[in-house]
Design a protein around this ligand. Structure first.
Ligand code: NOJ
Length: 582
């Protein structure tokens, strides 16, 4: 199935659950300590990132300090107190490097600088320093698979067939009598052939995404050396790690064989659907990631991987046999469950939790439709936002939030093709409207432009901003924001939520997803009613070896009583209840 960085079809893949394997037990806990903030690991041997909540910031849309309608680094710094108040431990900033913005920063023209729209290196240093004071680490987005065609490396590579940097990218002769056809049938994830003809040299270069994003040739050791040096340089500036962009397409088949075509189907761009066996997931990528991890380890840094996969063996490989590859391969599988389905979520959780690595849960990001409308039924969206927060923030593992989820931001998709900013939406319109909708400005207040900027922002603010904004929600005890904050406090302070094992409960219930987090006799129980009618739930804890009849409520989205009987927990439609057994 072709990977898509966009709205994923509401397909739930049938997954084969892994049998408990020796591999899991071989994993050693991470004992490193980050000296920068002098935070020791806990009794369980957990490192800081295992208990952390990460928060993705889309820099163009988060906070605008100079009122030019575009977010920036000083803007982020000015919001660190808010993030601390909320309970965020680390931020991951989507690309903030100089870029011609063909793919909004995912086309980097200089890895050693800051996009002038966003500020300067000094601003970055200030952000890191201010973050440190508040115990918030800063991670960057490492676009390592390709550069911008404006990057000086590619400019040199283009200059002639014999330029020393030529082989830093992937070049081939075309096919056909006059070499006028692309070297093979690989298609770009953003439509059309994945090869672009260079008239000057007569060769074709490879780009998995847009043509101005030429793929680097990671088989060339100089590429590895130079890209690893980029990370060292940033670590030395105090960066706590990287999110690794699109790692699965770092390598292509060295024989450049065609991909098999699947049936007669066409995708949103009108291209044939291919089985991507030759342009994706080539085995060499794991060696590079392991070496990259070594560099990260030398700097006490972490790596989050954009590792879309629905294959358990692949996920395990990303962790590395000895936990020596990607620190946190993001599990995007929740994003494949696009309906409120306890059986489907249960299956995903079992899969990830049983993989042997430390789970990483993500519900939305800058490529995925927001939770508010993805799961919302149009009537109970606020309740559903709280319900979904209660899911990914109470599971065993690290959670990665996306800015604005905590205030119930919804997608604000473009209405007319001429308004589309995401090139993908321009190419795919109307079938694929692009990703602008999930990237709109953060809503800070009820003032004009949601308090984001005085000038019109680069993307229009969601019109619901007068109600859904940080300032108004802060003063409403029942808001989504205050619910998130309570949830994050609970998650950071409750030992069972920090370290407890995940135990599935009432596994045959198709309306309610229930589970416990158990730690040395302490049990936190989470009951999530994913249906539109109130439910009375009898929890069968005895079957899991827990003897308890009642529980005290720790948090609920609907005002549950202080104590409940485990024989009958009443949970409102789309309600979430979290309690601790007594
Ligand atoms: C992954 C990023 O998340 C996405 O936004 C981008 O378009 C693709 N990489 C291609 O650059």
């Amino acid at each position: 199935m072709r990977k898509c960085w966009l709205r994923l079809a509401p397909v739930v893949l049938a997954l084969v659950l892994p049998a408990a394997s020796g591999w899991a037990q071989n994993q050693s806990p991470d004992h490193r300590v980050d000296p920068a903030v002098n935070k020791p690991v806990d009794d369980e041997g957990h490192a800081w990132w295992q208990h952390a909540v990460f928060y993705e910031i889309y820099p163009r849309s988060f906070a605008d300090s100079n009122n030019d309608g575009v977010g920036d680094i000083p803007g982020i710094t000015s919001k660190l107190d808010y993030l601390r108040w909320l309970g965020v431990d680390a931020i991951w900033i989507a690309p903030m490097f100089p870029s011609p913005e063909v793919d909004w920063g995912y086309d980097v023209s200089d890895y050693y600088n800051v996009n002038p729209d966003y500020g300067t290196l000094k601003d970055m240093d200030a952000l890191v320093a201010q973050g440190k004071q508040r115990d918030i680490r800063v991670l960057l987005d490492f676009v390592l698979t390709y550069t911008s065609d404006q990057n000086k490396w590619f400019q040199e590579a283009m200059s002639s067939r014999t330029n020393p940097k030529r082989d830093w990218y992937i070049w081939r002769e075309g096919k056909g009598a006059g070499a006028e056809q692309p070297p093979n049938n690989w298609t770009s994830n953003f439509g059309g052939s994945a090869w672009k003809h260079d008239a000057a040299s007569g060769e074709w270069y490879y780009h998995y995404f847009y043509p101005p994003q030429p793929n680097l040739n990671w088989r060339n050791p100089e590429v590895e050396k130079n890209m690893f040096d980029v990370t060292r340089w940033w670590y030395e500036r105090g960066i706590a790690g990287f999110r690794l962009d699109a790692v699965d397409v770092m390598f292509v088949d060295s024989r450049f064989q065609d991909n098999p075509v699947v049936g007669n189907e066409k995708n949103a761009f009108g291209d044939p659907v291919e089985h991507e066996i030759n342009d994706k997931n080539q085995p060499e990528l794991h060696g590079v990631l392991q070496r990259l991890r070594k560099v990260a380890d030398e700097h006490n840094a972490v790596l989050i991987g954009e590792t879309w996969t629905n294959d358990i063996d692949q996920l395990k490989r990303y962790y590395g046999k000895h936990s020596d590859e990607v620190t946190m391969p993001m599990d995007f599988m929740f994003t494949m469950v696009n309906k409120l389905s306890p059986p489907d979520f249960r299956k995903q959780i079992d899969w990830v939790d049983g993989s042997g690595g430390w789970p990483v849960y993500v519900l939305s990001n800058h490529d995925i439709q927001r939770v508010y409308d993805r799961y919302g039924d149009g009537v109970h969206n606020d309740q559903i936002a709280k319900l979904m927060a209660s899911l990914y923030l109470t599971l065993r593992g690290t959670a990665v939030m996306y800015y604005g989820e905590e205030i119930g931001m919804e997608n604000n998709d473009p209405k007319r093709p001429e308004d589309v900013k995401d090139s993908r939406g321009r190419v795919g319109w109307p079938k694929d409207k692009g990703r602008d909708g999930e990237r709109t400005p953060m809503q800070w207040s009820a003032e004009a432009n949601a308090g984001f900027a005085v000038t019109a922002p680069w993307l229009p603010v969601d019109e619901r901003y007068k109600t859904y904004n940080v300032s108004s929600e802060k003063s409403d005890s029942k808001s989504i924001l205050n619910y998130y904050r309570q949830l994050l406090t609970l998650r950071h302070t409750n030992k069972a939520l920090l370290d407890g094992k995940y135990v599935a409960l009432n596994e045959n219930d198709s309306n309610v997803l229930a589970y416990a987090r158990s730690y040395k006799g302490q049990n936190v129980v989470v009951v999530l009613n994913m249906s539109g009618v109130a439910q009375k739930v009898k929890l069968n804890l005895a079957a899991k070896g827990v003897e308890a009849r009642s529980a005290k409520t720790l948090l609920s989205s609907f005002g549950a009583p202080e104590r409940v009987s485990l024989n009958e927990i009443s949970v409102e439609a789309f309600g979430a209840w979290i309690g601790e057994t007594e």
